[in-house]
Write a new protein. Structure first.
Length: 443
């Protein structure tokens, strides 16, 4: 078979398609075209171009097999996201978060900002940044009515969730990868990254605080329908099973070695069962009309966000397959002359544009565990954990937490840049500088 395009031209075309698609997503507020549609077209277009000469990249492997491999990897993220969204939705709709929102409730914008920032930061280290973002956005809807204020609080949730996930071995998918790969240890990454991660959250929060004045307009107090459907004991049970189950997911992963999405589905199944048993005590005619049963709530999931994830992750998978990401890593290393602060700093900046998972995976493949800065818990690996996690906050599409908040709160790319990109960049650099001081003078 004669292929239509030579390899170098094909690589350029695939990268151009990705960049054009990415630009269209960034300009969603201007074009009014849903980002999920663009992501799906970008996904199909990149892989269709690759099909024109798969032998140049895949070394004889069947392209359908390669696509299925990436689809399998992407599906684990999608099922995790869908499961987490469903769990949070059923807990929220059944009144489980009512008492938590009361703890956060205040009329002061600045006071609420700090409560949200710190709760998000520490919760993301226990759960993960993706799940925490979903939980906090649900709580935010109960506390803030004005759209303008809620967008700024939601942007801070993205920053706080990514910063909190960066110092925990289970807080972000990239720290999980590095931990499982033996590059970092749980004690080492917590001890040496908690302060830089905290600074990367505090600096943007302080800068945002200067823009916040006055009091909040609280949402109208609409009674949750679950008040009539479940009693207080049942609502507390739903909360404990939902949130406790989310905390159990990383434990399940470590105990069994199975993917985290299976833990999420286990929790979802248990929560579904217990709520069905609760509703089973209702009168039959009334039970069939209950709006907060799991079968009803699953229809409320934001499928456009799920499809956006599918498109963007599969398009990035194509870039990974043709070696573009690996070549970027090699170029960074050569350009920096082995300066690990510069390399990881640029990788963090890149993670705000493309998914940080293949970037970290590429680094793990390029750089073996060695001595000095490359040893276990060395400067390079800890900086990689920090930069890949926190760097994704600079753009809203740079992290799973950002993408899910983007979908839930309908925040445009440009709106996030306006309110948070500069603040996040300053916090990112401040955290790196604090890490340098700690490594130089203390650890």
């Amino acid at each position: 078979m004669d292929y239509l395009i030579d390899m170098s031209t094909l690589t350029i075309l695939i990268v151009l398609v990705f960049l054009l698609g990415y630009a269209s997503i960034a300009l969603e507020g201007i074009t009014r075209v849903n980002k999920a549609a663009v992501a799906l077209l970008m996904f199909v277009a990149t892989w269709t171009l690759l099909m024109m000469d798969p032998s140049a990249y895949l070394h004889g492997a069947n392209i359908n097999t390669v696509i299925e491999k990436h689809l399998g990897s992407t599906a684990t993220t999608l099922f995790f996201l869908m499961g987490a969204m469903a769990i949070v939705e059923v807990v929220d709709r059944n009144g489980g978060f009512n008492f938590v929102s009361e703890l956060l409730r205040t009329r002061s914008k600045r006071s609420l900002m700090w409560r949200v920032a710190f709760m998000t930061f520490f919760l993301s280290a226990i759960l993960d940044n993706l799940t925490t973002s979903i939980v906090m956005v649900m709580l935010l809807r109960k506390l803030v009515q004005e759209r303008y204020d809620r967008v700024r609080f939601a942007a801070l949730i993205v920053v706080s969730a990514n910063s909190g996930g960066a110092f925990s071995p289970i807080g972000d998918v990239t720290t999980i990868m590095l931990w499982n790969g033996g590059m970092i240890t749980a004690g080492g990454v917590i001890k040496e990254l908690i302060i830089p991660s905290l600074i990367s959250m505090l600096v943007p929060a302080l800068m945002l605080m200067m823009q916040l004045k006055g009091e909040l307009t609280a949402p109208e107090n609409v009674e949750n329908e679950a008040i009539d459907e479940l009693n207080g004991h049942q609502r507390r049970t739903v909360f404990c099973m939902g949130v406790g189950g989310l905390v159990f997911v990383p434990i399940f992963h470590n105990l069994t070695g199975l993917p985290p999405f299976m833990g999420i589905l286990l929790v979802l199944g248990c929560l579904w069962l217990i709520t069905e048993l609760f509703y089973g005590t209702k009168r039959l005619k009334y039970r069939e009309n209950l709006k907060n049963r799991m079968s009803k709530l699953l229809k409320r999931l934001d499928m456009s966000t799920i499809l956006f994830f599918l498109g963007i992750l599969m398009a990035v998978g194509c870039l990974e397959e043709i070696g573009v990401l690996e070549e970027l890593g090699v170029w960074l290393n050569n350009m920096s002359n082995g300066n690990h602060y510069l390399v990881t700093g640029l990788i963090g900046a890149m993670s705000s544009i493309v998914d940080n998972v293949p970037l970290v995976a590429g680094c793990m493949g390029m750089y073996p565990i060695g001595t000095g800065d490359m040893a276990v818990d060395g400067v390079f690996w800890q900086l990689l954990a920090y930069c890949a996690g926190v760097g994704g906050s600079m753009l809203i599409v740079g992290s799973a937490a950002g993408v899910v908040v983007m979908g839930l709160e309908k925040i445009s790319f440009g709106n996030y840049m306006k309110h948070m990109t500069l603040f996040s960049l300053v916090g990112y650099l401040a955290g790196m500088f604090s890490y340098y001081l700690l490594r130089t003078f203390i650890f």
